[in-house]
Every structure is written in C-alpha cells, then in structure tokens.
Ligand binder design. Structure first.
Ligand SMILES: [Zn+2]
Length: 83
C-alpha cells in the first residue's frame, strides 16, 4: 500500500483497522527493513497557519500543534515507499 502513494497515519490506521500506535511501530520497522534502493519517504507535517514545516523529527506520530504560532490545524505528515 505504501508503494502506491502517500498516506497519512489516520488513513493507514483506518485502512488496516488498527491503532495509530501499531502503524507507527510498523513504520519504524519498515524504515529499517526496506531494501535499497527503496526507502521510506516522509513528508513532514506542515502548519496551515504559518506554513511552518516540522523538520528532522525522530518520531512518526503527528504533532498536536505548531511551535511557532500555536495553531492546531496542522496538515498531517504523509508516508510512502519510494524506489
Ligand atoms: Zn504555525
């Protein structure tokens, strides 16, 4: 599924009918085990208020609000496997 497009945590959790925690665990596993030249690509979440991009995050869970403007309307990060 991750090879067919970009997905948010919510979409993945809904599709597989599991909690987001399970998806996050899976993503961590995929990130380590995906074989080259494929790799897990992560589009970081962005703030819809000020456009702030969350860069260099080690966690896969979505942040709850923007550190710059405190806006809680964030566009979810998206995942895909690119080759
Ligand atoms: Zn912001």
């Amino acid at each position: 599924m991750l090879r067919d497009g970009e997905w948010t945590l919510d979409e993945l959790a809904r599709n597989f009918v599991v909690s987001k925690k399970v998806i996050i665990d899976d993503l961590e596993h995929i990130a380590r085990s995906v074989s080259r030249p494929s790799r897990l690509q992560i589009h970081p979440p962005t703030c819809e208020g000020c456009g702030y991009r969350f860069k260099g995050r080690a966690k896969y869970n979505d942040p709850s609000r923007c550190p710059m403007c405190k806006n809680e309307h964030l566009r979810s990060q998206r995942f895909r496997i690119a080759s």
